[in-house]
Design a protein around this ligand. Structure first.
Ligand code: NAD
Ligand code: DAO
Ligand code: ZN
Length: 396
């Protein structure tokens, strides 16, 4: 019978405060639960958003992190799909195969543990982490910024042991999301025109997907021109870190963007949507918002082509914010959609994406700007905030 494990974790005690590396206690997995050792984890914008206190429902103290690869340490009663020693990726959207949503091919939003996951607990409404005698909450059903974590069996997929474990953690969120937004949500066809707003890992994964399906024109938009092509940002990263890591990341043009635009360069008072419609043949077949800014969402919708343009919201806006447009924009044939985790049914799809990485048809190297030891997690958050990183891999 598995006992309590004492290990290190990065605990977020409060919003807007740095994480602290602590000794925590991780309880044994209960019925339907699995305890995993997290081997590699990456930082996502959503972890930073919660730590910054922008999520009013964010609960503290909490262990953040949701892009990881791990190995199963022990399993609770009734767990059949994984066993100790299996390599796994935790999934913040589970797949139970039984709920109304899982049975509907139109959605990936399994609801089996939605309520308690949102409340930062396991399904029995209790937590598996303790630090300094206090309960610590779970995050997105994953809590990967810990050496060990407890997750539901339905929130795990087993992956091939030959997978590059330090890279496929990225399939737990950002890359799968951007790629799936193109393939599953928009279903972009060869020969299409595409505009991508926001060139973090999510937006770059959209560009990668659009190029792969044969889009003929891909416009990349960002307020930070360093994100357009290898240049200042790349040199800075190499100069600062190349002594101990291999820097191979790519930016918008290397991923396949044919055009770039920094809205700051537009002449006075020309709204970006007007400029884009006038200069890109009436607008784009598909547009993707990968920022989380409601103004940008409007621009992305309104520069989708009249009659048929589809705009996909990928970015997560601040809590309570609302989107606006004139309804005539939709009456005249534009479609506004959104996507969570790129529409992938998680346990069915992530192992297949891992297989694509193994066979070389899906490449992840270009998204990794830094690799740090786990203890440097606060430095990693600072780089993310400063717009000086794509994905940063932490090694336990
Ligand atoms: P990121 O912070 O690395 O990248 C965001 C980019 O947007 C940056 O390059 C930034 O310079 C740019 N930007 C900021 N303001 C802008 C503006 N006004 N116009 C154009 N560009 C602007 O973030 P990321 O990790 O790539 O994530 C992007 C978004 O996707 C976030 O909102 C994140 O929460 C969301 N996300 C959604 C899902 C989902 O399932 N829907 C999954 C993962 C991430
Ligand atoms: O089923 O109600 C639900 C919510 C499912 C989670 C959707 C999350 C989408 C965005 C998450 C941000 C990226 C980590
Ligand atoms: Zn389900």
């Amino acid at each position: 019978v598995p006992g309590i494990i004492t290990c290190k974790a990065a605990v977020a005690w409060k919003a807007k405060k740095p994480l602290t590396i602590e000794q925590i206690e991780v309880m044994p997995p209960q019925k339907g639960e699995v305890r995993i050792k997290n081997l590699f984890s990456a930082l996502c914008h959503t972890d930073a958003y919660t730590l910054d206190g922008l999520d009013p429902e964010g609960i503290f103290p909490v262990i953040l992190g949701h892009e990881a690869t791990g190995i199963v340490e022990s399993v609770g009663e009734g767990v059949k799909s994984v066993k100790p020693g299996d390599y796994v990726i935790p999934l913040y959207i589970p797949q139970c195969y039984q709920c109304e949503y899982c049975k509907n091919p139109k959605t990936n939003l399994c609801q089996a543990i939605r309520v308690t996951q949102g409340q930062g607990t396991m399904p029995d409404k209790t937590v598996r982490y303790k630090c300094q005698g206090k309960d610590v909450y779970h995050f997105m059903g994953c809590s990967s910024f810990s050496e060990y974590s407890v997750v539901c069996e339905i929130s795990l997929c087993k992956i091939e042991s030959s997978a590059p474990l330090d890279k496929v953690c990225l399939l737990g969120c950002g890359i799968s999301t951007g790629y799936g937004a193109v393939i599953n949500t928009a279903k972009v066809e060869a020969g299409s025109t595409v505009a991508v707003f926001g060139l973090g890992a999510v937006g770059l994964a959209v560009i990668m997907g659009a190029k792969q399906v044969g889009a003929k024109r891909i416009l990349a938009v960002d307020m930070n021109s360093d994100k357009f092509e290898l240049g200042k940002l790349y040199e800075e990263v190499i100069m600062t870190y190349a002594s101990n890591i291999l820097v191979i990341f790519l930016l918008a043009k290397q991923f396949g963007a044919t055009d770039v635009l920094n809205p700051k360069d537009l002449k006075d008072k020309v709204p970006a949507q007007q400029y884009l419609v006038e200069n890109f043949d009436g607008g784009f077949d598909y547009t993707f918002e990968c920022v989380g800014n409601v103004e940008v969402m409007r621009t992305a919708l309104e520069c989708a082509h009249k009659g048929w343009g589809v705009s996909v919201i990928v970015g997560v806006a601040g809590a309570g914010q609302e989107i606006k447009t004139r309804p005539f924009q939709l009456v005249t044939g534009r479609t506004w959609k959104g996507t969570a985790f790129g529409g992938w049914k998680s346990r069915d799809s992530v192992p297949k994406l891992v297989q694509q990485v193994i066979d070389g048809s899906l490449k992840l190297d270009g998204f990794i700007s830094h690799k740090f030891p786990f203890e440097q997690i606060n430095e990693a958050f600072e780089l993310l905030h400063a717009g000086k990183a794509l994905r940063i891999i932490l090694t336990n």
